[in-house]
Design a protein around this ligand. Structure first.
Ligand code: NAD
Length: 260
């Protein structure tokens, strides 16, 4: 990854999946730039960026397209181009990440899909212009896109749309040598995950029932993320790569697991 420059969007703190990916890319020699969402997170992101000698290219709230433009103008000013992009951004009103999906409000549906799905396309539009000699884009998804999960609700619908966008973006950008992939991570205790109802139960269920009988860490997701934005995966695009201790292959409860 030496000589490669990547923009990492979605670091909130040192438990963020984006931070795991950034650490792994940095360990392989990549040069990084971070964005942050608002002043409160800026205070957390700046010291983390300093740890990796990374640039901080500004505030970005994806609901305000002007802030996306400003970030990409800054990346262009500092680097002139971009080799890879890491998108780790999702949001839904936590009042609707519990109970029944059928209760989803139109307002939260639009907001969740816009922030968690459309933002990747909006950012890809800007990143494409800076990837003149090819590149790689990565986003983060969850198994709740493929199967029903308790409380995941509208986020499952947003992630399904995000996974479809990975395939459409891969087809659009492939001819210019830009690859687009996603990591489908198993449940990890992060700020975003703490908004999901009964998250501890989901973690425990995965630990008891996944083939590896454990959950995954941001470092494990980080290493696969690094692989997907590096030349090691140069023949891979449009892929949803599970990093979930194998949970997605399981069809039934492990009969040896205790009842929860
Ligand atoms: P996190 O809270 O550390 O990161 C979420 C990030 O989204 C934050 O940095 C936040 O600032 C950003 N964000 C939210 N709304 C935004 C907006 N309007 N504009 C710009 N940024 C915004 O949590 P995380 O778990 O590391 O989440 C990263 C990604 O990983 C998300 O897409 C999430 O759905 C996905 N994911 C998480 C898990 C898990 O169990 N933690 C599993 C699979 C996938």
């Amino acid at each position: 990854m030496k000589g490669r420059r990547g923009l990492v969007m979605g670091v909130a703190n040192n438990r963020s999946i984006a931070w795991g990916i950034a650490k792994s890319c940095h360990a392989q020699g990549a040069e990084l730039a971070f964005t942050y969402q608002g002043e409160a997170l800026e205070k957390r992101v700046r010291p983390l960026a300093a740890e990796l000698d990374a640039a901080v290219v500004g505030h970005c709230d994806v609901t305000d397209p002007a802030t996306i433009d400003q970030v990409f103008e800054e990346v262009k000013r500092v680097w002139g181009g971009l080799d890879f992009l890491v998108h780790c951004i999702a949001f839904s009103d936590k009042d609707e990440l519990t109970g029944r999906y059928i209760e989803t409000s139109a307002d939260n549906f639009n907001k969740s899909l816009f922030i968690s799905c459309y933002s990747f396309t909006a950012i890809a539009q800007r990143a494409e212009k800076l990837m003149q000699s090819g590149g790689a884009m990565l986003t983060l998804t969850y198994y709740g896109a493929e199967k029903w999960m308790p409380h995941y609700n509208v986020m499952g619908v947003a992630k399904a749309a995000l996974e479809a966008s990975v395939r459409y973006l891969a087809a659009d950008l492939g001819p210019t040598g830009i690859r687009v992939n996603a990591v489908s991570a198993g449940p990890i205790k992060t700020l975003a995950a703490s908004g999901i109802g009964d998250f501890r139960y989901i973690l425990k269920w995965n630990e008891l029932n996944s083939p590896l009988r454990r959950t995954v860490t941001i470092d494990e997701v980080g290493d696969v993320g690094m692989y997907l934005v590096s030349d090691l995966s140069r023949g891979v695009t449009g892929e949803i790569h599970h990093v979930d201790a194998g949970y997605h292959v399981v069809g039934m409860k492990n009969p040896d697991a205790p009842d929860l």
